[in-house]
Design a protein around this ligand. Sequence first.
Ligand code: A2P
Length: 344
Amino acid sequence: QSYKVAILGATGAVGTELLELLAARQFPLADLKLLASPRSAGKTLTFQGEELPVEAVSEDCFKDIDIVLASAGASTSKAWASKAVEAGAVVVDNSSAFRMDPQVPLVVPEVNPEAADQHQGIIANPNCTTILMSVAIWPLHRVQPIQRIVVATYQSASGAGARAMEEVKHQAQAILNGAEPQTEAFPYPLAFNLFPHNSKLTEQGYCEEEMKMLNETRKIFGTADLRITATCVRVPVLRAHSEAVNLEFSEPFSPQQAREILRSAPGVKLVEDWQANYFPMPIDATGEDDVLVGRIRQDLSHPCGLELWLCGDQIRKGAALNAVQIAELLIERNLLKKREVATV
Ligand code: A2P
């Protein structure tokens, strides 16, 4: 059986990756529709050697679509997701619009695939940093429940979209040419610089990105009382995020045991060469499906603490790949809407 898929936000950084992944994973496609803003209507994108037209998203564009992969920002998802659901599609939404909605499952297939079974038309794809961390620490949490997480992120430009990635390159060029770097997508120059994540600040002093890590990790793990704190930082890396994660357990968790568990964990690749001081780096994670994990060591400040370092491709596992895996899950678990087969 094959399925009619629409990509909402097909021209964006994640949209482009969705196209590549659907082809590379040989997703069973009956039809592929590319949707974006009216600005992109008339453009074409290449899919498996074929030029496909991009359409402006509209009232009737979801007719007969089975799955919508949406990655066009929260306001676009809020405006169009319900229309897609009414038209009979299941929406896998990459934006923050529905993630904390109790009716909407928030799914990382390696962690909580069964949550997808409860969907009512929309499944949310978590925030990128949350996905990457969840994949890496869930296998440990299953063996011994994590008591507290302290995480610091080093987030690439890609999280702010294709335009932001171009901006960093132009800024670097400008600085090397002795000119002033221009800022548009970001509030400050990112090339040769870094700054605390520029999402909106909340009353408690955390930014929204940090609150997403707190709230979404709790929802995905199904542990509402998990203690977790995060500091999110934007760094001048193009497309893979890194995270320094400190985990506290109720009993000591040996680095060796953690290593053994992570060596065979789905979606994880252990990258550690202690002799060469070689550990995960964003350039190695770029274009990879797996989350690279390494530098696993005992926290010297706490007998039950464990430190680890991870890098993951923000556009792939942090967004597009996780969304495609959810779409695959919908098929595997028979969770798509049943359509009447038209009789002549
Ligand atoms: P467009 O290229 O027409 O602006 P990125 O995250 O890389 O910035 O990409 C955002 C994606 O979301 C693009 O495909 C963009 O299309 C799409 N998009 C942005 N605003 C809208 C909108 N109002 N309606 C539909 N698609 C939108």
